[in-house]
Design a protein around this ligand. Sequence first.
Ligand code: ATP
Length: 355
Amino acid sequence: MADIQLEKIVKDFGAVRAIHGVDLDVEDGEFVAFVGPSGCGKSTMLRMIAGLEEISDGTLRIGGRVVNDVEPRGRDVAMVFQDYALYPHMTIAENIGFGLKMRGFRPDDIRTKVAEAARILQIDALLERRPGQLSGGQRQRVAMGRAITRQPSVFLFDEPLSNLDAKLRVEMRTQIKRLHAMLGTTTVYVTHDQTEAMTLADRVVVLRDGHIVQEGHPIELYERPNSRFVGEFIGSPQMNVFEAVVDRAGGAPRLRIGDASIEVGEVPLADGANVDVGIRPEHLRWSQGSGMLSPRVEVYEPLGSDTMAICDLDGRELTARLDPSVRLKADQRIPLDFEPANLHFFDRDSGARIA
Ligand code: ATP
């Protein structure tokens, strides 16, 4: 078993507390992604699991064993970094097999394991080259090959794709997902890219200022963010959020957003409540009538699969993901509707989800 348990984990850098008592269980075989903005503590959390950073307080268990004071090499984890850390003077085969050699494996066994990893990662043809003769994506595969051959209980990835171009990132993402499906190794993956986290992980853990703010299945976070912060962080393009006032004067509740007054059915809010209202770009659609909202198009992006309209709504930016058949013009006012059920309400002060 290779489950990971974090119990009230704290990290202080001198007087600065970077991680504030985090509790988290990663199950055996699970793929968990840590995601959050720069400086939220993702790498520090991962480095504590790897044993590269001392734990200031709390208990870390891997496979049921307390490992707070265990050296990295005694934890049975393999880490893949952003910068690959390959040895330039060694061949790819030697790079992949280096860890095994250091642990005293026989040359025959090393060859077999290296060949197996190379086959899985489709780098068989590159084994005699040196790192300088490979592309970024190929180097990344070599770094993963080195992790695979060790057959660790846990894989730790720290932004492994951030040095690759967009197309290669998507390819390698699929490769990592395939690898996990094949090997079933418990994995913790750090990224600042929410798309990467959502596409890869069984469970996404959102961090902010050294706290876990929400964790769950990617779709759960997308559909029910517990705060404005998570709502805006998860999902691309970003959720639109507007200040709104609830108006129950005329019977059926309405929301006043800028100049618009929109009937929204039942809302869990009192008359006059000031709230932040979120609506995702993909939940706005071209209206057959005059539209609940009629923003002015500033810029539009015809992507083929859909068309992104970046609009101005009474001085606020609003993004709508529309059907590609719509033909837009800059400065045009467009009629948009949405289902009230797709609205998210957040407390104006705390940002917490309401209902
Ligand atoms: P990024 O996405 O930018 O890599 P991150 O979420 O991985 O950010 P960490 O690198 O874990 O963030 O840093 C968390 C906090 O701890 C930050 O405020 C950072 O400045 C601080 N920190 C990290 N390493 C050290 C260190 N060695 N000494 C002092 N403070 C540190």
